[in-house]
Write a protein that binds this ligand. Structure first.
Ligand code: AMP
Length: 223
């Protein structure tokens, strides 16, 4: 079986993280979510975290040169030998070009860019209700409430609203997505790599759609 190298595309709140988690389990592939990597770097106050924090708090993208190296290193590692799943990267055409060049160097090929599509209204509804615990467990006041309000079911820590899930910042993140990341939809489409999934459906249904799509891609590859 050849490598499976996937990019998850979609606006913030489209469910990339939820679907990425399931894919990681189903496919047993490493999963690199740049948002998670950066938040961890901020928590640990590494140099990367110090560089990224102010951008993240504003809902701006961190500069390409800050993030490209992080991913270039990970996809070259031993654990990514059979493939990888990228969530939240690339987010600009510059990042997509850097990824393409790096993969060429490594003689790797992208299997597909999966676009999980949802409307702006849905994004605002989803992110506005999201609550996270300091250890990364995620809940939603409407769709996935914790058993006790404000407390993490898994580790008992207090739930918080991510700074960048505040209403003004959500609007700004969406604007950044439409301006800087959405052009990647056409970019991957031109390369014959774009696959669309309707992200407005229930997470289980979206996961099923993705599974079916990957099965088709594999069949096409083997044909
Ligand atoms: P996320 O959790 O994917 O929504 O990412 C949270 C924040 O991390 C974003 O709003 C950006 O500030 C930053 N970030 C994550 N991935 C990237 C990327 N590929 N390029 C630039 N900034 C990023």
């Amino acid at each position: 079986m050849s490598e499976l190298n996937l990019v998850l595309l979609g606006p913030p709140g489209s469910g990339k993280g939820t679907q990425g988690d399931r894919l990681r389990e189903d496919l047993e592939l490493p999963y690199y979510a740049t948002g998670d990597i950066l938040r961890e770097a901020v928590r640990e106050q590494t140099e990367l975290g110090r560089e990224a924090k102010a951008y993240m708090d504003r809902g701006d993208l961190v500069p390409d040169e800050v993030i490209i190296g992080v991913i270039a290193e990970r996809i070259a590692g031993h654990e990514a030998e059979d493939g990888f799943i990228l969530d939240g990267f690339p987010r600009t055409v510059g990042q997509a070009e850097a990824l393409e060049a790096r993969m060429d160097e490594l003689s790797k090929r992208l299997t597909a860019a999966l676009l999980i599509d949802v409307s702006d209204d849905e994004v605002v509804r989803r992110l506005g209700g999201r609550r996270t615990c300091p250890n990364g467990h995620v809940f939603h006041v409407e769709f996935d409430p914790p058993q006790t309000e404000g407390v993490c079911d898994v580790c008992g820590a207090e739930l918080q609203i991510r700074d960048d899930d505040k209403p003004d910042v959500i609007k700004h993140r969406l604007a950044q997505y439409r301006e800087k990341t959405e052009p990647l939809v056409a970019w991957y489409d031109e390369r014959g790599l774009l696959e669309r999934v309707d992200g407005s459906k229930e997470p289980d249904v979206v996961a099923e759609d993705i599974r079916a799509l990957l099965a088709t891609l594999r069949m096409e590859e083997e044909a």
